[in-house]
Design a protein around this ligand. Structure first.
Ligand code: SF4
Length: 212
């Protein structure tokens, strides 16, 4: 018997693919991370400059490692030794051929909610890189935009914050307290409604739970 979760994800993906394409995004569905990795590498031209930010799902399917090892010009902010070098690399990511990222939440009608502390990922999604490639597990898909916003703020952000050292209320309790802390990772919130120019933002939806 097929896995009910897989069947559920597959059916929701068919609805989401149609709605994403109606908003001029390119979108693909891959049942598992192995096929998602193959699809992503098919979409990234050899020799392309590739940057990333907030890309846990891309990391989990092996895409970040594949880009670092492959015939691409990878721009990895973690290779910056000083804060200034790291900042300079983050800025270079805003003009790459391809920018890799995940989604904090998606609504079934095809909109993406993204939350950021520094805003570098949101800046790249909105404008700059030639192509933005979003890898998103189907666990990120919510029925409505309102539910997607709630997911991004009350699930994705508090879970993601556990990785960072500066303490915030959600790091202590696991629940968002709508903070204004120095360590807040929710300083900018972006809703991507449509893709302009058409096809600039490409989604690989994966029939697995990925990221936060
Ligand atoms: S407590 Fe602050 S950092 Fe944590 S999820 Fe809420 S707004 Fe974001």
């Amino acid at each position: 018997m097929n896995d009910p979760k897989q069947m559920y994800y597959e059916k929701r993906a068919q609805v989401l693919l149609k709605n994403l394409r109606s908003r001029h995004f390119e979108a693909y569905y891959c049942p598992d991370r192995e096929q998602a990795l193959a699809k992503a590498l098919e979409l990234i031209p050899e020799g392309a400059s590739v940057g990333w930010g907030g890309a846990m799902s891309a990391q989990q399917i092996g895409l970040i490692d594949a880009v670092k090892a492959g015939n691409y010009r990878a721009i990895d902010r973690d290779t910056g030794v000083t804060p200034q070098e790291r900042e300079a690399l983050m800025k270079r990511c805003l003009t790459t051929d391809v920018f890799l990222c995940g989604a904090n939440a998606l609504s079934l009608d095809g909109q993406m909610v993204s939350i950021d502390g520094n805003g570098n990922r949101l800046a790249a999604i909105a404008y700059g890189p030639e192509t933005v490639l979003v890898v998103a597990g189907m666990n990120k898909v919510c029925d409505t935009l309102e539910a997607a916003m709630t997911r991004a703020r009350t699930v994705a952000a508090p879970m993601n914050k556990q990785r960072f050292p500066v303490q915030t209320p959600c790091e202590v309790t696991g629940a968002c307290a709508d903070c204004k802390s120095d360590g807040c990772i929710c300083n900018q919130i972006l809703i991507t409604r449509n893709c302009k120019p058409a096809g600039r933002i490409q989604f690989i939806l994966v029939g697995e739970d990925l990221g936060f």
